[in-house]
Design a protein around this ligand. Structure first.
Ligand SMILES: Nc1ncnc2c1ncn2[C@@H]1O[C@H](COP(=O)(O)OP(=O)(O)OP(=O)(O)O)[C@@H](O)[C@H]1O
Length: 288
């Protein structure tokens, strides 16, 4: 699979309207935690106080504190239709947060995201599945949730079931009885057969065993490279995949957009920043 040239990339851009427009996006998580326990010295001091002070301290002990994590700070990116945008960055850089925000799972704290078209996500695989329903039923529900008609899903069922490689009799069992690999096979199969306009992939290539991984990679290539009308956001620590599959990339660091450009440039800048030497290093591309 070869990298698309800039002219090929431009040829894919049939319209000037971005498929995804992210403007000045900030996302802040608010986390509520229990207030810290009293220290030994505080307890000793309380022991000498009256009942009212001790009750007040008990209430304080149950108090919850709220702190904030600014996961994304003023990020602006336009993704044109047909672009395959790779997202790189160290752990905690904000990559998954960006994906969740584009997928509409997380509301922006500030800024705006506009997505044109139907979105399918390979984020947390199978999040919407119901473990008490069978694989077959979850495939049907997954399709309905993605906006397909019942007839369209039933037409595609055989193909999806076949792609999972999970035996038909297992697909009739409740999904709570599945191994994690079987579960992700079904989830991956559903997500990639929904023919979305915008596909969001977050490390999903790691689903399943070696055999399924191969099939998943081939399917991804078909979705990402062969169908040039689809817009894809691909988050992975596998920099080789970013180089091979993407025609644009961004690098996030501590919630900020550091660079946006050609995948080769972005990967190189990121590797340099992380202090990774190519060849002979203990750290491989796949570890970043
Ligand atoms: N649900 C949450 N509540 C509070 N903080 C969160 C939550 N999810 C993520 N964070 C914080 O937001 C920041 C960005 O996290 P995010 O998961 O987007 O990073 P990432 O780039 O995907 O990291 P990784 O490569 O490790 O998957 C981190 O500091 C993380 O601790």
């Amino acid at each position: 699979m070869s990298l698309l040239s800039v002219s090929e990339l431009q040829a894919r851009r049939t319209t000037h309207e971005p498929a995804i427009s992210i403007q000045d996006l900030s996302v802040t998580y608010r986390v509520s935690v229990e207030a810290p326990q009293l220290t030994r010295a505080e307890r000793a001091r309380l022991g000498k106080q009256d009942l009212r002070a001790r009750l007040a301290a008990q209430v304080r002990r149950r108090r919850r504190e709220v702190y904030e994590v600014e996961a994304l700070k003023n990020v602006s990116v336009d993704v044109m239709p047909g672009a395959v945008l790779g997202v790189v960055g160290a752990n905690g850089a904000g990559k998954s947060t960006l994906m969740r925000a584009v997928a509409g799972i997380l509301p922006p704290s500030k800024g705006r995201i506009v997505v044109n078209g139907r979105v399918s996500t390979l984020l947390a695989l199978g999040v919407g599945f119901n473990g008490n329903l069978s694989g077959r039923e979850n495939i049907l529900l997954g399709g309905l949730a993605a906006g397909l008609s019942r007839a369209a899903i039933e037409r595609r069922f055989e193909e999806i079931a076949d792609f999972t490689g999970v035996d038909m009799h297992i697909l009739e069992r409740p999904m709570r009885t599945y191994s994690s690999g079987q579960y992700s096979r079904v989830a991956f199969a559903v997500a990639v057969h929904m023919e979305p306009d915008v596909l969001i992939v977050d490390e999903a290539l790691s689903a399943g065993d070696a055999k399924f991984k191969q099939r998943a990679e081939a399917k991804m290539r078909e979705l990402v490279v062969e169908d040039t009308s689809r817009t894809v956001l691909l988050v992975t620590h596998g920099l080789a995949s970013i180089r091979a599959m993407c025609n644009e990339a961004i690098w996030l660091h501590e919630g900020r957009l550091m660079k946006w450009g050609q995948p080769g440039h972005i990967v190189r800048a990121y590797e340099e920043f992380m202090g990774v030497q190519k060849g002979g290093s203990a750290v491989s591309d796949e570890d970043l």
